[in-house]
Design a protein around this ligand. Structure first.
Ligand code: MOS
Length: 728
């Protein structure tokens, strides 16, 4: 079945089916493999005769490679070759392929850029030789601090007169914030094993978007797409870092093609930090103008971000500011500075992950000025239609999330006044923030086959990056075909299967779930035709097909032969006609140490409206992951660049501080019942990234409520909290 979705689908088919597995909190079918270490990740395949490659980087921010002296290492034990190619040195091998132009060979664009691959019989030999490879470079002086570089305006939305609204406002807030760069910090490093045989390339890799990655890799190697097969059934986290191909996959492929032997390349943790996309640091200004009742009359959000020269991506900081709150006088402006750091790209929830929390802090300040409870202030400012383009909103559970979340958390509605509770050395406070993340869907195909024994197979090149794709696709198929998910074999992550949407931008579940749904609608139609009944007259449950007047076992109906159908979902006007987003609310309680400024998050509640929940357990897990990142975003995560030579200083997990168990309290997640027929044929919206969009603002507001420190720089490390703490 092919569907280009031009109209909302409000039939809610999955609510009319009989199996009862959709939405159930089932465990992941591949969970046991993962926790027992038997799921095979990219680097772990045993390939006979496999050579080992180690990437060699150069320590300059900008400049050129004058020479690579291959003879300096070729005589070392086990060394087979040094591969240096313009595709390695050029930025085409980085991230958002198709956007980055090829750089002339030997241009160095950022500190730590790989320019060669040393290939040897063993990893140790390759690593040793990589350290001894003599590379001559010429460095060029470039600015190190993005704040000291001129910017160019990327995007402006202007309505009415914000300055006037600010001047006339009964209450106003005008504040600036900074956020530091973030790393995806996926547990599994970037890795690839490339095999070249009979003019065909097979790469076991760790990637999020196989359909696109295949095209990117073929393009950068000068191959046809049909010559490239990517295999990526398990991905140890992506968070955006594996959206596009990067150097390890290109290098391994080039080496395998040159040498005629399989080659494995695994980035070291440091190389992942130094070469893979970063989230841009941001400098933001938020302006809010409100009347006496706290109703917004003006809304301003400006941000400056950075990226490498020539890169088209700009952290979309203002994405949700376009529509989250009302205010008829609006100014939103995004500016970009060009800086020689590794490519800035999509890191989990690009834009909202750093753009919502600042607005939410400004809202908290406005609530205090206006003497209004912060939850109430937000409720008063939910716009009726999209403030910039006038589109109607589809489903939007923002008000419910604020109310239900407040109830679950035990929020005391009151105007804010800090320093009300102290326990020994610790100030205790609470804070709230809204959550918003735009919804997207992407073309996706999947094939579903009913086997003669009454079990089924789902096949698509869709990936599972830890999100639960295996579980939810089995549930969609099980619900539609009247089977238990245990009887469905979900096969993912291989470009030999029909092309899915890939995992990115929180669109995977809704897009690929819809492809599986459409394939199953096709199968139901075929079964109905066999029985000569209308397909909506069929009930499929527990391996039986029932209709008005009869019942048959599925196996009997299949009569010893398999039956398959392909689902093809394409986004159409339904997502264009409406403003579609996922929404939620965060509530946080913190303790701030009076003497050290240390903040401990004591509890956190998140309430989210994500359309149909496909699996209550994996959806909740996504929210938990997002809220955990909120804690890192608020308190610890920051990329630190050396102000002298521009190198990334904290390029490992010891020094780049993601929250660990001791930092994360019990997190409470509420999933609000919702259907959105405009969002996708299965009425689901994006969930993955929503939990990260705004929550750091709730923590910031809780810090203020606790100790009176209003911190405008993220992360709110102890020194910053202490410096902002009132001295009494
Ligand atoms: Mo996401 S940052 O689109 O993997």
């Amino acid at each position: 079945m092919h569907l280009k979705q031009d109209k909302p689908d409000n039939r809610n088919v999955l609510d009319t089916t009989a199996q009862g597995v959709i939405g159930a909190p089932l465990t992941r079918p591949e969970g046991l493999l993962k926790v027992t270490g038997t799921a095979t990740y990219a680097a772990e395949y045993e390939v006979e005769g496999c050579l080992e490659g180690v990437l060699v980087s150069v320590p300059i921010m900008s400049g050129e490679v004058l020479s690579i002296d291959e003879d300096s290492v070729l005589a070392m034990p086990g060394v087979v070759a040094v591969i240096s190619d313009e595709r390695l040195t050029g930025r085409a091998a980085q991230g958002t392929a198709g956007e980055a132009p090829f750089q002339p060979a030997q241009t160095v664009c950022y500190w730590g850029q790989p320019v060669a691959l040393v290939v040897a019989e063993t990893f140790e030999q390759a690593r040793d030789a990589a350290k001894h490879l003599v590379i001559e470079t010429r460095a060029q002086d470039v600015p190190v601090d993005p704040e000291k570089v001129d910017t160019k305006v990327e995007e402006t939305t202007r309505t009415g007169d914000l300055a006037h609204a600010m001047a006339e406002a009964a209450h106003s807030v005008d504040v600036e914030f900074t956020t530091e760069g973030h790393a995806s910090a996926a547990m599994e490093p970037h890795a690839a094993i490339a095999q070249w045989q009979d003019d065909s390339l097979t790469v076991h890799a760790s990637l999020q978007m196989l359909k696109f990655n295949r095209a990117e890799l073929a393009d950068s190697l000068g191959l046809k797409e049909e010559q490239v097969r990517l295999v990526s059934p398990y991905v140890g986290g992506g968070f955006g870092s594996k959206l596009g191909i990067s150097q390890e996959a290109v290098a391994a492929s080039l080496a395998a093609m040159h040498l005629g032997r399989p080659v494995r390349v695994v980035m070291s943790r440091q190389q992942v930090f130094q070469t893979i996309m970063r989230r841009s640091e941001t400098h933001q200004r938020v302006r809010l103008a409100a009347d006496n009742e706290g109703r917004l009359t003006g809304f301003g959000h400006e941000a400056r971000v950075s990226n490498l020269p020539g890169e088209s991506f700009a952290e979309p900081v203002l994405q949700s500011s376009q529509f989250l709150y009302a205010g008829e006088n609006r100014l939103l402006q995004l500016e970009i500075a060009r800086i020689h750091r590794m490519t800035a790209g999509s890191v989990r929830a690009p834009g909202e992950a750093v753009g919502v929390q600042t607005v939410e802090q400004a809202m908290d300040m406005l609530a205090e000025k206006a003497g209004i409870d912060p939850v109430e202030l937000r409720l008063r400012n939910i716009p009726e239609k999209h403030p910039a383009n006038g589109k109607p909103f589809s489903s939007r559970k923002l008000a419910e999330a604020l109310r239900e979340g407040a109830k679950a958390f035990g929020w005391e509605p009151r105007p804010r006044k800090p320093r009300h509770t102290r326990e020994g050395e610790w100030w205790i406070g609470t804070g709230v923030a809204s959550a918003a993340r735009v919804h997207a869907v992407v073309e996706a195909k999947a094939r579903v086959t009913l086997r003669p024994d009454g079990t089924a197979v789902v096949e698509t090149d869709m990936t599972d990056i830890g999100t639960g794709t295996y579980a939810i696709l089995g549930q969609v198929a099980g619900e539609m075909l009247g089977l238990m998910p245990d009887d469905i074999d979900v096969r993912l992550g291989d470009t030999d299967f029909p092309a899915g949407s890939g995992s990115g931008g929180s669109w995977g579940a809704a897009s690929c779930g819809s492809a599986v749904f459409l394939a199953c609608e096709g199968l139901r139609k075929k079964l109905a035709e066999r029985l000569k009944v209308a397909d909506d007259g069929l009930t499929l449950k527990d391996g039986f097909v029932r209709w008005d007047g009869g019942e048959k076992a599925l196996t009997e109906l299949l009569d010893g032969k398999p039956l398959d159908a392909t689902g093809h979902f394409e986004p159409g006007d339904s997502t264009e006609d409406m403003a579609i987003s996922s929404y939620g609310a965060f509530f946080a309680e913190v303790a701030v140490n009076h003497w050290t400024g240390e903040t401990r998050v004591r509890r956190m509640t998140g309430a989210f409206g994500i359309g149909r929940v496909l699996n209550a357990r994996t959806a909740r897990s996504q929210c938990l992951g997002g809220m955990t990142w909120c804690i890192g975003n608020a308190l610890t995560e920051t990329l630190l660049f050396d102000p002298n030579d521009g190198h990334l200083v904290n390029c490992d997990l010891a020094e780049y501080h993601v929250p660990v168990n001791r930092d994360v309290p019990d997190l409470d997640v509420l999933l609000l019942e919702e259907r959105d027929g405009s969002a996708s044929p299965i009425q689901a919206k994006g969930v993955g990234e929503l939990g990260l969009c705004g929550g750091a603002g709730a923590i910031a507001n809780a810090i203020y409520d606790a100790c009176g420190a209003r911190v405008f720089a993220y992360p709110m490390a102890p020194n910053r909290v202490l410096a902002a703490m009132p001295q009494n």
